[in-house]
Design a protein. Structure first.
Length: 345
């Protein structure tokens, strides 16, 4: 474990906001991570576990906050057959590096989640997904330090109660993830059947097609880049947390109350998922919108992304988010739920 000189957490997050914490411990192994977490739990000090920084908005005043930085890396093939492979990934491994690694080796099941920023250990927390794939579809088990017991145990995927952009880790279950194990398929360099019309329509292929893994990855990166959803220093619209709000889910009967042209998708459960981006635009927030005198704005490429236009404070980011929530609630009677963790506010 390494105690480093603290600097503003704006340097460690994709949205580039956040003040200077009281301390930062860099943990390069899972054991160091567990020891740091237990020490923090036993103290009265305020702390936060930080890894990729892609899904977190920090406040400007963090003088009482201690950071545990997840830096354990490594990818291990646990077992492999002709048809599948079990892959164990350390929590601090950058997610998109892992996806690229899988694609290069012909492992299918995560290719449509290319370009998602953040660490692998963070993906189970909100059941990260994109373009018809979710990590809950491929996670087999997780090494987990439970805050309630201080025990490190290997837990099956079912333990985390995955749901759409949700898991028990966002609610009552508290702890720290050391590594995540995935079961991926070997399909001769081809993807799993595509569950995203955006990918197949873009390529002129039938829905459900199996496509070359690299083609899927390249297509997803292209689609995400067009929306400012791939982190690039030169892309002003990518200085964000990605989607700031989850797409709300309503009952089928509730969905009938809304206009027919409202963007929506029917789910296997019978419920209906609504487009948060569409709701935001229709509530009076066009792409590129910003408050007068504020450095926080809405991406010119994607209404669901709140961006830092340069020098924004955490307070400005949250001020815009709250205004969007208020107007969407007033216009549609729907409460938008933020995706990122809001720390220190």
């Amino acid at each position: 474990m390494t105690l480093i000189k603290t600097s503003a957490l704006a340097n460690y997050t994709t949205i580039k906001v956040g003040g200077v914490p009281a301390s930062m411990n860099v943990c390069e192994t899972a054991q160091e991570l567990y020891e740091a977490a237990i020490e923090a739990w036993l103290s009265d000090e305020e702390f936060h576990v930080l890894a990729g920084g892609s899904n977190t908005v920090f406040a400007d005043d963090l003088r009482d906050l201690n950071i545990i930085f997840v830096a354990n890396k490594g990818i291990e093939v646990v077992s492999e057959t002709e048809t599948e492979a079990l892959i164990r990934v350390q929590a601090g491994e950058w997610w998109d590096d892992f996806v690229a690694w899988c694609v290069s080796r012909g492992y299918a099941g995560v290719e449509a989640m290319s370009g998602i920023p953040g660490s692998t250990g963070a993906t189970p927390v909100q059941n990260v997904g994109g373009y018809g794939q979710e990590v809950s579809q491929v996670i087999t088990q997780v090494e987990f330090l439970d805050k309630a017991t201080h025990l490190v145990e290997i837990k099956p995927a079912s333990f985390f109660e995955f749901n759409y952009r949700d898991s028990a880790l966002k609610h009552e279950l508290q702890g720290v993830i050391g590594w995540v194990e995935f079961r991926l398929q070997k399909l001769g360099g081809m993807s799993v059947p595509m569950a995203s019309g955006q990918i197949t329509n873009h390529l002129g292929e039938p829905y459900g097609s199996q496509l070359p893994l690299q083609v899927v990855r390249d297509t997803v990166l292209q689609l995400r880049s067009s929306k400012g959803m791939v982190v690039k220093p030169e892309d002003f619209d990518s200085v964000s947390c990605g989607s700031f709000f989850t797409n709300p889910v309503v009952s089928y009967n509730k969905a009938l109350e809304y206009p027919e042209d409202m963007q929506r998708w029917e789910m296997e459960s019978g419920d209906v998922k609504l487009s948060a981006g569409w709701l935001i635009e229709q509530a009076g927030f066009p792409k590129g919108y910003s408050l007068p005198g504020s450095n926080a704005g809405i991406s010119a490429k994607h209404a669901l992304a709140i961006i830092n236009k340069g020098g924004a404070s955490g307070t400005q980011i949250l001020e815009l988010a709250r205004l969007i929530q208020e107007r969407v609630a007033a216009r549609w009677g729907i409460n938008l739920v933020p995706e990122p963790n809001l720390i220190g506010f």
